[in-house]
Design a protein around this ligand. Structure first.
Ligand code: PMP
Length: 348
């Protein structure tokens, strides 16, 4: 009998959003506006080179990212989505039994990837839907190797402000790596959610995680990256599965970076929808925490699964976290209107 890892036998697999043909999909925080125009054009030109391996070092993509953030290329590592990069960072610091602290609920891959890396997840309950940084700092021990801060937090959409984040990072011992996951950065108000790269760019124990899956509309191609100290980035790169970022993904990401104005324009549309839908839900009597992301959180507790079931019965897929709440991605205006109709029906 092959000896399998006990920690994996108990581990719950990642549960992706459901796919139902023809449904309105408001379940996975994707961009509803489709590929950026420059990306579609570039991908059409590329098919000739696909029988060859991609550039494993992703040199041109790294250069484009480094230029975008005003850093040297040795501070950037890419992977197949920020999920892969997240796993790579964990593999870089986790020794067997190493503790990894994060707020809970937060991005569901954190405990899975921690366990896969041989670490032990330490979940610190949210306070009023917000990551409780003092409690997270108090949960750090000699065995802690890494702390995740998801800003804004998935699935509750709530931010951590600059003062609190700065105090938290400064309080932590230098041997603990702080990963600030900014998957929803483009949707956040800079006056509310600090840009961690600007805030901690030179700190040796902070790594900032970003993705092309949300505002850059490339969830299907899988590109993410992190920015941090060269000593850490060099080790993170070693943990990548060789060639995991495909040639198409690299080219699409480079083309997407050139479409910054369109990304900003689309994010503004989503932010407008966020304000409209939040307002309407509150008028209907829903408790909706202030969102800094491209989704809303409805803390419906025991009603969460039934609410999602009601939406599904009417062709709308939202994401239920049974017993806790429902996460609703902001889609196109007409999709959001369809959702609001069902939210009103449920309430009636
Ligand atoms: N971080 C957060 C907070 C997320 O919500 C997600 C996607 N749901 C990711 C990382 C990973 O995204 P991807 O792997 O597509 O880059």
């Amino acid at each position: 009998m092959v000896r399998l890892r006990p920690s994996l036998l108990e581990l719950q697999s990642y549960v992706p959003g459901r796919k139902v043909p023809g449904a309105v999909v408001l379940a996975s925080n994707e961009c509803p506006y489709g590929l950026l125009p420059g990306v579609a054009a570039r991908l059409g030109e590329l098919t000739g080179g696909l029988s060859r391996y991609p550039d494993m070092g992703a040199r041109r993509l790294l250069e484009a990212l480094a230029a975008r953030h005003g850093v040297s290329t040795d501070r950037v590592a890419v992977g197949a989505g920020s999920s892969e990069v997240c796993g790579q960072i964990l593999l870089t610091v986790c020794t067997p039994g190493a503790e990894v602290v994060f707020g809970w609920r937060s991005f569901e891959a954190y405990p899975i990837l921690t366990t896969v890396a041989g670490g032990v997840p330490v979940r610190v309950p949210l306070r009023d839907h917000v990551q409780d940084l003092p409690a997270m700092a108090a949960a750090v021990t000699e065995r802690t190797r890494l702390v995740f801060v998801c800003n804004p937090n998935n699935p509750t959409s709530t931010p951590i402000g600059e003062t609190a984040l700065r105090a938290f990072v400064e309080e932590l011992p230098g041997h603990v790596l702080v990963v600030i996951d900014e998957a929803y950065h483009e949707y956040a108000d800079p006056a509310v959610v600090p840009d961690a790269l600007a805030l901690f760019g030179d700190r040796p124990n902070v790594v900032v995680l970003r993705t092309f899956s949300k505002a850059y509309a490339l969830a299907g191609l899988r590109v993410g990256y992190c920015v941090g100290a060269p000593e850490i980035i060099a080790q993170v790169r070693k943990t990548q599965t060789p060639f995991s970022v495909s040639a198409l993904a690299q080219e699409a990401a480079i083309a997407a970076l050139q479409s910054g104005d369109e990304v900003t324009r689309r994010a503004a549309l989503t932010i407008g929808e966020r304000e409209r839908v939040t307002g309407e839900l509150r008028i209907l009597g829903y408790d909706v925490p202030e969102s800094q992301a491209n989704f809303l959180w409805l803390p419906l507790g025991q009603d969460s699964a039934a609410f999602a079931g009601h939406c599904l019965d009417h062709g709308i897929i939202v994401r239920a976290f049974p017993g806790e709440g429902v996460r609703v991605t902001l889609g196109l205006p007409e999709e959001n209107a369809a959702f609001l109709t069902q939210a009103a029906t449920w309430r009636a």
